[in-house]
Structure formats: C-alpha cells, structure tokens
Design a binder for this molecule. Structure first.
Ligand code: SF4
Length: 169
C-alpha cells in the first residue's frame, strides 16, 4: 500500500523485496473510505500523486529483469489495472492464517475467508479451493455485465457486488 510514510522510499522497498526473492510487487493506493476516510493524514499529498506514479514507472523499467512491478487501480500508468486481481495475484491472510481473495472482500463478507489456515495447510490448495473459486466466479459474472472494476468498491458504494464500479470512468 502506498501511503504517506513510504512513498518516498519506494526503491528501498523494491530492493528489499528483491532480496527476499519476491517475484512481483503490486502497489495499491488507499481509497478514502472506511477508517481511511477518518484519517486523511495517511494519504500521499495530492500534488505528489502523479509524480509518485512516474517514479513507480521508472522503477518498473529499472528493475524489469529482476522483479515485476505493477500498480493496482492506478489507471494513469497501467490500462490493465482496472481489472480485479483478487484470488489470482492478490490474497489476504489474517492473523489466524485464514486466506481470502482480498482484504476488502473479507472485511465486507467474512465468508470469503477459508475455514482452514495456511499454517497447517498447503497455500496452493487453499488458493485453488472452493472459497477463492466462489469469489472468482462472482467477479467474472459481475464483469460480464458491468465491465472491469472492483467488486468490493461496488459493494461499499452501491451496496451490491453486481453493479458498475463508481470510481472508474
Ligand atoms: S475486490 Fe477490489 S480491492 Fe479486492 S482485489 Fe479486487 S479490485 Fe482489488
């Protein structure tokens, strides 16, 4: 997550991830909803938003043969970022080790957490299991009718998953 305390140190973060043999970093921007809306100080100053995106783009080029860098929901620099990568590239694991296809989705609907945890079970089995498949089916069905977008944002803003993403033009 890109926020006020880390956006000036992104290259150090990329190097750190590389040193841990991480293959891809998908950066995301916080959105002013929920607790984030109550804490406006966490956001990158608006005047530095585009500059931060440009820096990310330079880092992507500089480290292209070492680590893949992508931007989640930052359409100025990546036309593919309108799609939801939850359950494919993005997962969330809570402190119990339960897996879900995305933090927001599990916050909205806790049934999108696996009952089993990654401490005692194989991650690959969980990520290909019933819960994640259910999420992927829902988001693909939604996409067929309402086009690309974030099912979680649809649910938060429109009160239903099956609707148009209000934050994408
Ligand atoms: S549901 Fe929304 S926040 Fe979650 S992974 Fe998909 S696009 Fe991202």
């Amino acid at each position: 997550m890109l926020w006020k305390r880390n956006y000036k140190n992104l290259e150090e973060f990329v190097k750190f991830c590389k040193s841990k043999n991480i293959e891809e970093i998908a950066f995301a921007w916080p959105i002013k909803i929920g607790n984030a809306a109550k804490n406006p100080d966490i956001f990158i100053p608006e005047e530095e938003y585009l500059e931060t995106g440009r820096n990310l783009k330079l880092l992507k080029k500089k480290y292209s043969n070492k680590i893949n860098i992508s931007y989640h929901r930052f359409e100025h620099f990546n036309s593919n970022c309108r799609d939801c990568n939850g359950g494919r590239k993005i997962f969330y694991i809570n402190w119990r080790g339960q897996l879900s296809p995305c933090f927001w989705i599990s916050a909205i609907k806790p049934e999108f957490f696996t009952k089993k945890n990654v401490f005692e079970n194989n991650f690959s089995i969980l990520k290909n299991g019933r819960i994640v498949k259910k999420f992927i089916k829902m988001k693909e069905d939604r996409k067929k009718i309402f086009n690309l977008g974030c099912p979680a944002i649809c649910k938060i803003y429109n009160k239903k998953f099956y609707s148009k993403d209000p934050l994408l033009t």
